[in-house]
Design a protein around this ligand. Structure first.
Ligand SMILES: C[S@@+](CC[C@H](N)C(=O)[O-])C[C@H]1O[C@@H](n2cnc3c(N)ncnc32)[C@H](O)[C@@H]1O
Length: 285
């Protein structure tokens, strides 16, 4: 930022836009506006309406620091500390991966199958899936589970600020869940291969927790473990809803069928990519 602090949002936004353009950030104007709106806790339209008003030096200062972080490549949701997911605005920081739009559809698909009884979100991260299930479903109990103590602390923070009835539990996949305890298991587990993680866009790989991304040499370690033990934790007739990599959806469905799941279907995201596998636990144990 220049030596003299900008005195209006318009000047500050203009300077930020120049820095973002130089740093190769897509949509530099929109991102500058988004950061300002989040820091000022107002809508983007309100920022534009007041763009020629004098501003508090404290806000200008915070904006300048946020712009420097974003220009250095830090993801927008970590810089602003916020991420939108379905009907929620969640706290977001380096402790957990950033919720993605495709996961919003996973919640939709899960809720189409089950809305009552017990639900568990495995690998909860920010808590986005579990909190949405609690907000939009009619479950008697929702568990948010993660192996990462950091992610779970962030999920707990989001649980407290949302006031939603979700229990945050630390543990390894389905291990902490009693047999036949739930009607719905939803998970967006780590699903990249080690090789895919290495060649991932640095904007993701260098900032988001490694534990959230790769899962064994074939990318299927967590997914296969969920297929293996998921039937144990579900009541008869319960559903499993998984987010998967588009290249491996068919393989996940094949493994599900081989492990005794019924009604196995592969579903597509809004771009037509095969990104979800749904499966049901039949009556037999
Ligand atoms: C792709 S992120 C998904 C986070 C969040 N559910 C979302 O959709 O934004 C995967 C999550 O799984 C967690 N995880 C990885 N291995 C795990 C394991 N063995 N048991 C439980 N959680 C695990 C990671 O810490 C991470 O939060």
């Amino acid at each position: 930022m220049p030596d003299v602090l900008p005195r209006t949002p318009a000047a500050a936004l203009d300077e930020a836009r120049r820095r973002f353009t130089a740093a190769g950030i897509p949509e530099p104007r929109r991102e500058a506006l988004r950061i300002w709106a989040d820091l000022a806790d107002c809508a983007m339209g309100d920022v534009l309406l007041g763009r020629e008003q004098p501003i508090a030096p404290e806000l200008t200062d915070r904006f300048a620091r946020a712009v420097s972080r974003r220009a250095a490549g830090e993801p927008l949701a970590y810089v602003t500390g916020r991420a939108g997911f379905r009907r929620l605005t969640l706290a977001s920081d380096h402790r957990a991966s950033i919720p993605r739009p495709e996961t919003e559809l996973l919640v939709e698909l899960a809720l189409e199958q089950v809305q009552r009884g017990g639900a568990v979100d495995i690998g909860t991260g920010t808590g986005c899936i579990a909190l949405s299930l609690a907000l939009e479903g009619r479950f008697s109990e929702v568990l948010a589970l993660d192996l990462s103590a950091d992610a779970l602390a962030l999920a707990e923070q989001n649980r407290r600020s949302s006031g939603l009835p979700v229990a945050c539990v630390r543990g390894d996949l389905t291990a902490p869940i009693a047999s036949g305890a739930v009607d719905l298991v939803v998970s967006n587990p780590p699903y990249l291969t080690e090789g895919e993680w290495t060649s991932l866009d640095p904007a993701v790989r260098d900032w988001e927790p490694r534990l959230a991304l790769p899962s064994g040499g074939d990318g299927l370690a967590a997914t296969t473990a969920l297929l293996d033990d998921g039937r144990r934790v579900l009541r008869s007739g319960g559903w499993l809803a998984l987010e998967v990599d588009a290249m491996r959806a068919g393989e996940v469905a094949r493994r599900a069928g081989a492990l005794g799941w019924t009604a196995v279907t592969v579903r597509r995201d809004l771009y037509g990519r095969e990104r979800y596998v749904l499966a049901r636990r039949s009556g037999e144990p």
